[in-house]
Design a protein around this ligand. Structure first.
Ligand SMILES: NC(=O)c1ccc[n+]([C@@H]2O[C@H](COP(=O)([O-])OP(=O)(O)OC[C@H]3O[C@@H](n4cnc5c(N)ncnc54)[C@H](O)[C@@H]3O)[C@@H](O)[C@H]2O)c1
Length: 258
């Protein structure tokens, strides 16, 4: 039997770098997918390219109703929800704290932090009921960042939002540890996705200097590849991994070993 056969997984930020590959891997491994991202067109295209069953709903993750509707869609389309991967997110302009426009800071908190809060607020009650009624376990994986585990110069607001995601993760993990729901955070360093590439191209000091800046402190001296991060997200989501909860899993080429 495939690793995620018959399970239902919800993925936000589905058409992005990590999201797209995650959807492919989950679908190939037998999961039904509920996919969400901002734009409907790319979402439908992605859904059609996947081998398994899918349902899609486009929207803005900072709008609480989207999270409510996504959980309802999972229930209506596939009868429940086993795995939720809260992956949608945005980066910030690479500047020191006083230079971050306040409107941008607000938007980053709304998407990167409140977006994860809204998602969990609706995912948890359904998973709790499923465990109470059918002993069906749930797994939530929040995509944080290495910038959520320590300060990140020129990424202060993003770093604060991702620290917040880890706080939500650990708190919910403790609250639901006996209710069949595991909650973990995955904390990648810079990986080769559109987010990282867009972020680098916006850096005032130029792409090369910014790339050197980013990888200088990485013991492996390179960016992460998408598959290296996706592998860890799948590990956290896998029900076979049944005793791990409340963890911040580093996928950072050794940064946090120092
Ligand atoms: N790429 C990296 O280097 C890196 C490192 C650490 C953490 N992360 C985190 O990984 C996650 C995925 O990022 P990625 O690298 O795949 O980036 P990406 O830009 O390729 O994908 C992010 C996806 O989130 C979606 N999104 C953005 N704002 C949204 C909103 N308001 N509502 C709904 N969806 C929205 C985007 O449309 C996009 O498809 C993010 O949470 C990011 O913070 C990325």
């Amino acid at each position: 039997m495939s690793r995620f056969e018959g399970m239902t997984a919800l993925v936000t930020g589905a058409t992005g770098g990590f999201g797209r590959r995650l959807c492919e891997r989950l679908s190939q491994a037998g999961a039904n997918l509920v996919l969400s991202d901002v734009k409907d067109g790319p979402l439908k295209e992605l859904a059609q390219s996947l081998p398994g069953k899918t349902a899609t709903l486009a929207g803005d993750i900072s709008d609480e109703r989207l999270s409510k509707d996504l959980v309802a869609l999972a229930k209506k389309s596939f009868g429940g929800l086993d795995i939720a991967i809260n992956n949608a997110g945005v980066a910030q302009t690479f500047v020191k704290l006083p230079q971050v426009p306040s409107a941008e800071a607000r938007r980053i908190f709304e998407i990167d932090l409140l977006g994860v809060f809204f998602a969990m607020k609706y995912q948890i009650p359904l998973m709790e009921r499923q465990f109470r009624d059918d002993r069906r376990p749930g797994a939530i994986v929040n995509i944080a960042s290495v910038a959520g585990r320590a300060g990140a110069p020129k990424l202060s607001v993003y770093s604060a939002a991702k620290h917040g995601v880890i706080g939500l993760t650990k708190s919910a993990a403790a609250e639901y540890a006996t209710k069949g729901i595991r909650v973990n955070a995955v904390c990648p360093s810079f990986a080769r996705t559109a987010m990282a590439l867009a972020f680098l191209s916006r850096a005032p000091e130029g792409v090369e200097a910014a790339t050197n800046d980013l990888t200088r402190g990485v013991p492996m001296k390179r960016l992460a590849e998408v598959d290296e991060v996706v592998e860890v997200i799948l590990f956290a989501a896998d029900p076979a991994n049944s005793f791990m909860t409340g963890q911040e899993l580093g996928v950072d080429g050794g940064i946090t070993a120092l």
